[in-house]
Design a protein around this ligand. Structure first.
Ligand code: 15L
Length: 280
C-alpha cells in the first residue's frame, strides 16, 4: 500500500463511531498506535478512555449530535449502530436513519473518507457451497442485513454524487479466534481488520469499494481479491484454531436452515419459507 505521507498530521482528525462496542473496544488500542488523537464517539463513553483520545457523545438518530461528532474530521470509521438483528424500530433508527445522518453530516462537514462497517449478513442467504465476490446481488438474511445493504448503497450514492471516498467492509466476525464452524470461514482478527481500516483511511486508489472483512481463512466463502489488490495481507488463519472452533461447534445443536447458508442463525431466525426456495 502507498503510505499516506500525512498519516501523522494531527489535522487529519479521525472520528471512530461505535467506539464503545465490541469491535471498537478490540481495535482502539491498535488504531491509537497508528493514528494518535482518535476522536471516539458513541452513546456511552468507553470505560477506559486513554490519554490522547477524545470522546464526543452522540446518538446517531440526532443529526445535531452527529454533526458535533464529525466536525473538523478528515475521516470517519463508522461502526456505530445496532450490531445484530433487532426489531424494525431499532434497526430503522440506529442503522437506517443513523447511517443516513452519518453520511449526510459527514458530507456537510467536508469529511473526505468514510469507512462503513457493513456485514456478511448483507449477503447471508448465499449458500455455503458458493464462493462469492463483492459484486454479487445482496441477499440479506435479516432486517439487520438489509440495513447493511442500505448503508452500502448510501455509501455508493455519497461517493458518486459527492465525491466522498467510501470503503464498505463486509465484516465476518471479529475476535481473538473463530467461535464455531461457521466462523472458520468468516473470522477476522482485530489486527487484520485494523489493516483494512488503514487501507480505507489511506489508499489513494479508492473511490468506492466493498471489501470482505475476513482473515486468511482456508475455508473462506469470499473472493477478496480487491482487498489484496489494495495491499491487504491478512496474517490471521482460522485453520490455526480449527480444534477449538470444532469443539465449540459440537456444543451447538444442528440448525437445518442456518447450516446451509453463510449467515447461519440470522437466516434461520423467523424463517417460514421452504428451504429449497431460499437463497439464489
Ligand atoms: C455481525 O454482523 C455481527 O455484528 C456480529 O455480532 C456477529 O453476529 C457476526 O455478524 C457474525 O456473523 O458472526
Amino acid at each position: 500500500m502507498t503510505e499516506d505521507k500525512s498519516r501523522s498530521d494531527q489535522s487529519r482528525r479521525i472520528v471512530f463511531t461505535g467506539a464503545s462496542g465490541g469491535i471498537g473496544t478490540m481495535t482502539r488500542p491498535l488504531l491509537a498506535r497508528l493514528y494518535p488523537g482518535l476522536v471516539l464517539s458513541d452513546r456511552v463513553e468507553p470505560k477506559d478512555l486513554q490519554p490522547g483520545e477524545t470522546f464526543v457523545k452522540a446518538d446517531l438518530t440526532r443529526p445535531d449530535e452527529v454533526a458535533a461528532a464529525v466536525k473538523g474530521a478528515h475521516s470517519v470509521i463508522h461502526l456505530g449502530g445496532h450490531s445484530v438483528e433487532g426489531g424494525w424500530d431499532q434497526i430503522l433508527n440506529a442503522n437506517i436513519i443513523g447511517c443516513y445522518n452519518l453520511f449526510e453530516e459527514a458530507r456537510k462537514a467536508g469529511v473526505k473518507r468514510v469507512i462503513f462497517a457493513s456485514s456478511n449478513h448483507a449477503v447471508g442467504f448465499y449458500p455455503r457451497r458458493c464462493k462469492i465476490g463483492t459484486d454479487v446481488t445482496v441477499r440479506p438474511d435479516s432486517r439487520y442485513g438489509v440495513s447493511k445493504a442500505f448503508g452500502e448503497a448510501l455509501g455508493a450514492l455519497y461517493a458518486d454524487k459527492h465525491g466522498l471516498i467510501v470503503t464498505c467492509l463486509r465484516i465476518g466476525n471479529v475476535g481473538p479466534r473463530p467461535l464455531d464452524a461457521r466462523r472458520l470461514s468468516i473470522w477476522i482478527s482485530p489486527e487484520d481488520i485494523v489493516q483494512l481500516f488503514r487501507i480505507g483511511l489511506e489508499h489513494p486508489d479508492i473511490r468506492y469499494d466493498i471489501l470482505y472483512g475476513v482473515s486468511d481463512n482456508a475455508a473462506s466463502w469470499w473472493d477478496n481479491s480487491r482487498a489484496r489488490q489494495l495491499g491487504y495481507r491478512p496474517a490471521g488463519k482460522a485453520e490455526d484454531h480449527r480444534a477449538h472452533a470444532e469443539a465449540e461447534q459440537a456444543k451447538i445443536g444442528p440448525d437445518p436452515v442456518g447450516d446451509l447458508f453463510q449467515g447461519g442463525t440470522f437466516t434461520s431466525a423467523e424463517f417460514t419459507n421452504d428451504v429449497k426456495r431460499a437463497g439464489p
